[in-house]
Write a protein that binds this ligand. Structure first.
Ligand code: AMP
Length: 355
């Protein structure tokens, strides 16, 4: 028996009822519902206001039912009903962000994955501590502005979408920097970005083993980020700054990528270290996660961020990816979540994958 994340009381109703995969109507919900339906699970969409019409265009990914709320913050009021109905809540970036991590954490409904991960992901210092302990190569961190001796990216805490980031090529360019909140100064890594979609199963004994269970590589993407990705078309940065244009990293879409095959050992080793360390730190990051890094010209993969739940880049691979096809046919991350819930239920191990 592995590490138990949830109490028996919390998962008890799920041992009898068909689990109802429940998520917020946005982000990767089409894929999550589609995968749950494929595995014979129920589906429930959480909507703010009227159920969104876009599901009508995608009948195979439409949830069976909707729960309409005035605001996501009100979801906790429905916890008892959701538990009774066998809901398993699947977190996504939008769900946690719009509801608020504290409220999400307090939700008394089984969540797929370990809710303790939120505290480690939302604080950039804690996330770094986790990755450093894992021995994962990361961009250098500068203690303060005066220590800067090369290109840097300055990130605010929780600045989702990268809107408030500040870039500087050298120390002098930081004279104009006026912080508006707590921030970290990171080496700006020059290379190519990869967002690697992984899945950690504490139940599985097959495939790429980690200390408790195994990890799978299900896909990979690169994010399209406005306006930085197209900024070069307007010319060099000084000119842009003079024109009042500041670079931003707001995600607008995703494109599929594959890595040089010779880099896969490095990336799988990084994934395994992150998972093993998460077990030591807080009982383990269960389910989908994304290792986000930059490959430099000397072919080293530097991790600048991890997302500890399903990322929207997985939406590219609804019928499988160049990697998941070697794991199982037609394996989206959404379907992988449903398979894990089904397996845990049939083996009486729901407490190891729900919290
Ligand atoms: P983050 O909020 O850490 O995910 O960063 C948002 C975006 O900023 C990433 O998707 C990258 O495009 C860029 N970025 C983050 N960290 C670095 C870094 N150390 N060097 C270069 N680009 C970075």
């Amino acid at each position: 028996m592995g590490i138990e994340l949830a109490s028996a009381a919390r998962v008890a109703p799920l041992e009898k009822a068909v689990p109802v995969v429940t998520t917020y109507c946005s982000h990767s919900s089409l894929q999550i519902f589609h995968g749950a339906r494929a595995e014979g699970l129920g589906t429930l969409g959480i909507a703010v206001g009227k159920p969104p019409r876009y599901y009508e265009a995608f009948p195979l990914a439409r949830p069976d039912r909707f729960l309409s709320l005035g605001a996501l913050a009100d979801l906790g009021e429905h916890a008892a009903d959701l538990r009774r109905e066998g809901a398993v809540v699947v977190p996504t970036g939008s769900f946690v962000e719009y509801m608020g991590p504290e409220r999400f954490d307090a939700l008394d409904v089984p969540i797929f994955g370990n809710r303790k991960v939120m505290a480690w992901e939302s604080d950039r210092e804690k996330e770094r501590e986790w990755l450093e302990r894992a021995g994962v190569p990361m961009p250098r961190k500068y203690a303060d502005l005066s220590a800067v001796d090369g290109p840097v990216i300055i990130k605010y805490y929780g600045a989702k979408g990268g809107k408030g980031f500040y870039l500087a090529k050298k120390r002098e360019e930081l004279d104009q920097f006026q912080p508006t909140g707590p921030y970290v100064i990171q080496e700006y890594v020059v290379g190519t970005r990869y967002y690697v979609h992984m899945f950690y199963s504490p139940l599985s004994q097959d495939g790429y083993r980690v200390r408790h269970g195994s990890i799978e590589l299900l896909g990979m993407d690169r994010r399209d980020e406005a306006n930085i990705d197209e900024l070069y078309k307007l010319g060099a940065q000084e000119g842009l700054r003079r024109a009042g244009i500041r670079p931003t990293f707001v995600v607008t879409g995703n494109v599929p990528v594959v890595l040089r095959e010779s880099l896969l050992p490095q990336v799988l080793d990084i994934g395994a270290r992150i998972v093993d360390t998460s077990v030591d730190l807080f009982g383990g990051m269960v389910g989908p996660f994304c290792v986000e890094g930059i490959v430099t010209e000397d072919l080293s993969f530097k991790v600048f961020e991890i997302s500890t739940r399903i990322v929207a880049g997985t939406n590219l691979f609804v019928s499988g990816s160049s990697y998941s096809d070697y794991v199982a046919p037609q394996l989206s991350t959404g379907r992988r979540i449903a398979l894990e819930i089904q397996r845990a239920r049939s083996e009486g191990r729901l407490r190891e994958v729900l919290s």
